[in-house]
Design a protein around this ligand. Structure first.
Ligand code: C5P
Length: 222
């Protein structure tokens, strides 16, 4: 049995990260959250107060950044240098800027290269927006995971509330819809389903059921 390379793409709040992490733990695959990498760069850009229209400054910062993902049982811990940013990168402030930073060529070039290096040994599940189309066009299995905007917003809202957020459901839905719009209409590597990606709409599935579908698809390709 050969461990394969899996690409999971889809819009914000479809549950890609949670389901991918669960499937990876069951199958002993490495899970790589590429959204966390874009969020980490965004956090650094905001912390350093870098003007995102200054491509040279963004490139200098991105090239110097040491981003580390440490997979854990519940959460993938994220570090920039020695600073842990796991929680900070999920705040509404970072979420509202991440799509603008992720649209920059200098950022994408660096992160795509890193992601390819991380995936090189196989036995990996990467989730993001452009994994099946750009990062790993030769992935053994491509999945496009989506759900209605209402169910995605509701899930994200419940998740955020559990960790103490006071955002309203309407605000969460607006933020998700705005991110979807920017991610799908940007010039570079827009979010789209690769032609050979298997479409899963999990509006009616819970997390366990979604992870079951993904796990079965991986097992069938091993
Ligand atoms: O997956 P998550 O919602 O954490 O991703 C945050 C943002 O990072 C997305 O809205 C998108 O703008 C960007 N992203 C991307 N390409 C990826 C992963 C994420 O552009 N492969």
């Amino acid at each position: 049995m050969r461990k394969i390379t899996v690409a999971i793409d889809g819009p914000a709040g479809a549950g890609k990260s949670s389901a991918a992490k669960m499937a990876a733990a069951r199958l002993r695959y490495l899970y790589i959250d590429t959204g966390a990498m874009y969020r980490a760069v965004t956090w650094a850009v905001l912390t350093e107060r870098i003007d995102i229209d200054d491509a040279a400054a963004v490139k200098r910062l991105t090239d110097a950044l040491q981003i580390r993902l440490e997979p854990g049982p519940h959460l993938c811990r994220v570090y920039v240098g020695e600073t842990e940013v796991t929680e900070t990168i999920r705040t509404p402030y970072v979420s509202s800027h991440v799509s603008s930073v992720a649209a920059l060529a200098v950022v994408r070039e660096k992160l795509v290269q890193l992601q390819r290096e991380m995936a090189a040994s196989g036995g990996v599940i990467l989730d993001g927006r452009d994994i099946g189309t750009v990062v790993l066009p030769q992935a053994d299995l491509k999945i496009y995971l989506t759900a209605s905007v209402a169910s995605r917003a509701r899930r994200r809202f419940l998740e955020m509330h559990a960790s103490g957020s006071t955002e309203t459901l309407e605000a969460v839905q607006r933020s998700i819809a705005a991110r979807d719009d920017m991610d799908s209409h940007r010039e570079l590597s827009p979010l789209r389903r690769a032609e050979d990606a298997i479409l899963i709409d999990n509006s009616e599935l819970n997390l366990d059921e979604t992870a079951d579908v993904i796990t079965d698809l991986i097992r069938a390709r091993e």
